[in-house]
Design a protein around this ligand. Structure first.
Ligand code: HPA
Length: 254
């Protein structure tokens, strides 16, 4: 089964599927949001709204563990995530789609692992699945790489923080990409993200950042985003023989 963790603006993908069934999954981290199970181009797809329905949880309060665990539990092997981001580069603007290849983690207070009681060090040299990334890159017009800087939020960034992220080599800034990507690796699922640029990051944009502009761009580009995901799912092999599926090999202290 293919999983989609949808951020703001992609909930309508479930309307493109057939036989939609809704399910809440019990996990050791609490109940998942309502997951929509449906067929898309003959493939079994599970869609989970990251923030739970109605945008209930702010980025730092999302139950990333429950979301990822629930997808694993129902048999998902490959996860496509969508994230709204600010751009750190003038060459990448609002409305663009970027498929990140790496990240820098500035989150602070989020539970970030499934392994609190055993010592597991997963390899994240390439934290996003290269196979899945390539399927996304082939499916439409996207920027084929980028470094995603994840902040804790919920506030936007200061001008000095944005300058620092640029000096560090960041391409994008967002609040929802981590620890989701590494939690997926910890349970041996392939994971890649489509980042949708909703704004230039603070101080690159001369204006005050507002949530209205973020939602406005999401609204304008959501059809293309859904199309990109549908095209990817249509063309990708179901399971894919991928190193992500054996991520725990050599990772455990025994
Ligand atoms: N910063 C952090 N998160 C975001 C932004 C931003 O500029 N835009 C959308 N999500």
């Amino acid at each position: 089964m293919i999983g989609i963790i949808g951020g703001t603006g992609v909930y309508e993908i479930t309307e493109h599927g057939n036989d939609v069934e809704k399910k809440v999954i019990k996990t050791p981290y609490g109940n998942s949001p309502e997951i929509s199970l449906f067929k898309l181009q003959d493939k079994d797809v599970a869609f989970i709204p990251r923030h739970a329905t109605g945008h209930d949880y702010p980025p730092h309060m999302i139950n990333y563990q429950a979301n990822v665990w629930a997808l694993k539990k129902i048999g998902v092997k490959q996860v496509i995530a969508t994230n709204a981001v600010g751009s750190l580069k003038e060459s990448i603007g609002p409305g663009d789609f970027v498929i990140p290849h790496d990240f820098i983690d500035f989150t602070k207070i989020r539970p970030s692992t499934f392994y609190d009681n055993r010592t597991v060090h997963i390899d994240v040299t390439s934290p996003y699945c290269e196979n899945l990334r390539n399927h996304l890159i082939s499916a439409g017009e996207v920027v084929d790489q980028g470094i995603y800087v994840c902040t804790e939020g919920p506030r936007f960034e200061t001008a000095a923080e944005i300058k620092m992220f640029q000096i560090l080599g960041g391409t994008l800034v967002g609040m929802t990409g981590i620890p989701e990507a590494t939690l997926a690796r910890e349970v041996e699922m392939c994971y890649a993200s489509v980042c949708m640029v909703s704004n230039y990051a603070a101080s690159i944009s001369p204006d005050k950042l507002t949530i209205a502009e973020v939602f406005d761009i999401m609204e304008k580009r959501k059809h293309e985003l859904v199309q990109l995901i549908e095209e990817t799912i249509t063309n990708m092999p179901y399971d894919g023989d991928c190193p992500c599926q054996n991520a725990l090999d050599g990772a455990e202290v025994i």
